[in-house]
Ligand binder design. Structure first.
Ligand code: NAP
Length: 472
């Protein structure tokens, strides 16, 4: 081992440590931003470590540099351009790229360097091609469905899809077993084709509501594919990083299933049935017997006298891009002597951490963000709760009505507070596509309108009453 190799391995080790620290840091809001930076630095070091370890070969270095620059640029442009509401599709696309990269690495080794490969390498190639192809095609199908480019074909909602997927899976197993005897021939291509079709066959029937869970699972698969590719090319760094992504994706999938009160089995095999409600509003407005609505002016009066105010952000806040208006209102209320906090449900919005990211954009202090378990006991002593574009995550039927599709899902118990204002554009349903019992409670009043417009009106009303003048 020469000095460059030693240096390269040390950098690999540092990259692994930074990745682990990055993953750990992502678990709290306060450290998430810097943790993301650490993980990005780790990836940069990983590329540097690789450059040092490959034989001094300007052509190889050039290819690695071109690939890194092109990928980095694309990632940068995407991160800057994609709106927060389209993040699930973006993550799906990134997962697909990860799966494809592992698949291509395994294919290249199988085709050009498998003559003396041992059994471990061959098994790793099989796993990498199988999982990588499923991840790639499944992620692209998931992105297509979320973008509205792909629908849910009727046949995928019948038993036929299970038969098709079982046949594809069996063909993949046969091809996998046949591959060691002929690593460059028909079994490799058969494995590639049936695994790709299997990814589509498994993802296509899944409904929109369950898609983010599937994306999280595919994220885990991309880690498994990368770890297998690490065995194929003998890269410890890839093995460790892939294993971390695989485990993290699996844990996140479990957290999301719990938050949405769904089992992974029902997500994967239940299809779109009961899970394809309109995304982000719409739905049935009928069926409400008692609805009280009020103006922003009345809501502002209640806020002016409230000692303790809790905001409940939901998907509609992200759609309205009302986070800055919300922060402005919070500042006015704080200047008026109110204690302000934000109740964060684990699956509010359309991706894990959606509300945290949104509120962080508006510089909301981390200590004001309260997790569901912390804030629920606080609601009985809360004067005013303002629900902003949230719906399912505050539906009391999840606790009280055993016939509700949401029954069993942990929710924010805003119905326990003294006064609730629900800001949304209509009585339209949320993601689950069902009625919300909160809207009919005696302490609830609806403030109809776009979240941003209503928040701006509230600020104007409070200012017109002289609130905030002293602090300013
Ligand atoms: P939600 O139940 O989807 O409700 C969002 C509400 O926002 C709608 O009822 C809509 O009502 C309102 N809205 C839309 N645009 C608005 C605007 N411009 N101004 C004001 N209101 C607006 O949202 P949620 O309470 O955040 O619940 C999240 C749901 O997504 C849960 O069912 C969860 O299981 C599901 N989900 C979450 C994740 C995740 O990881 N976070 C992943 C997958 C699924 P109007 O149309 O009447 O305005």
């Amino acid at each position: 081992m020469n000095v460059l190799d030693l240096f390269g391995y040390s950098i690999d080790l540092l990259a692994v440590l930074l990745l682990a620290l990055g993953l750990k840091g992502l678990s709290t809001v306060r450290s998430a931003r810097s943790a993301n930076g650490l993980a990005a630095l780790a990836m940069g070091l990983a590329v540097l470590g690789l450059l040092l370890q490959v034989q001094p070969d300007p052509i190889a270095w050039l290819w690695i540099a071109i690939g890194s620059a092109a990928g980095g640029l694309l990632g940068l442009i995407t991160a800057r351009r994609v709106p927060m509401t389209a993040m699930p599709e973006t993550v799906a696309l990134f997962n697909g790229c990860g799966g494809m990269a592992s698949l291509l690495v395994a294919l290249a080794v199988a085709l050009y360097d498998s003559a003396d490969a041992d059994l471990v390498s061959i098994i790793s190639i099989v796993i990498s091609v199988f999982v990588g192809a499923i991840t790639f095609s499944g992620s692209i199908a998931a992105m297509g469905k979320l973008q509205g480019w792909l629908g849910t074909p009727g046949w995928t909602q019948s038993g036929i899809r299970h038969a098709v997927n079982i046949v594809l899976a069996l063909m993949a197993v046969v091809a996998g077993f046949a591959l060691p005897a002929d690593p460059t021939g028909l079994p490799l291509w058969l494995l590639l084709v049936v695994s790709t079709l299997l990814g589509i066959g498994v993802t296509l029937p899944i409904g929109g509501a369950d898609m983010p869970v599937v994306i999280s699972l595919l994220n885990s698969y991309s880690g498994v594919a990368a770890a297998a590719a690490g065995f194929v090319v003998g890269s410890q760094l890839l093995i460790v990083a892939g294993a971390m992504v695989g485990a993290a994706g699996l844990i996140l999938t479990q957290v999301m299933c719990t938050g949405m009160n769904r089992s992974l089995v029902s997500v994967l095999f239940g299809g779109a049935l009961g899970g394809s409600a309109p995304v982000g509003g719409g739905g049935d407005e009928a069926g409400y017997s008692r609805i009280v609505s009020c103006s922003a002016e009345e809501c502002a009066m209640a806020l002016e006298n409230a000692e303790r105010v809790v905001f409940v952000p939901g998907y509609g806040l992200a759609v309205a891009q009302a986070q800055h208006a919300l922060r402005e209102l919070s500042k006015l209320l704080e200047a008026n002597g109110s204690e302000v906090s934000y109740a964060i449900h684990p699956v509010a919005g359309r991706m894990p951490g959606h509300m945290n990211v949104l509120l962080a954009e508006a510089d909301v202090p981390y200590e004001q963000l309260l997790e569901m378990d912390t804030v629920n006991p606080e609601f009985p002593r809360t004067d005013v709760v303002i629900v902003l574009g949230a719906n399912d995550v505050v539906n009391p039927d999840a606790k009280n009505d055993s016939t509700s599709p949401l029954y069993g899902m942990p929710v924010l118990e805003v119905d326990q507070s003294r006064q609730v204002f629900v800001v949304k554009r209509s009585l339209g349903a949320g993601y689950a596509g069902i009625k919300n019992a909160l809207f009919e409670l005696p302490q609830t009043a609806m403030v109809f309108g776009d979240a941003k417009a209503v928040l701006q009106q509230l600020c104007t009303e409070l200012r017109s009453q002289g609130v905030g003048k002293v602090a300013a």
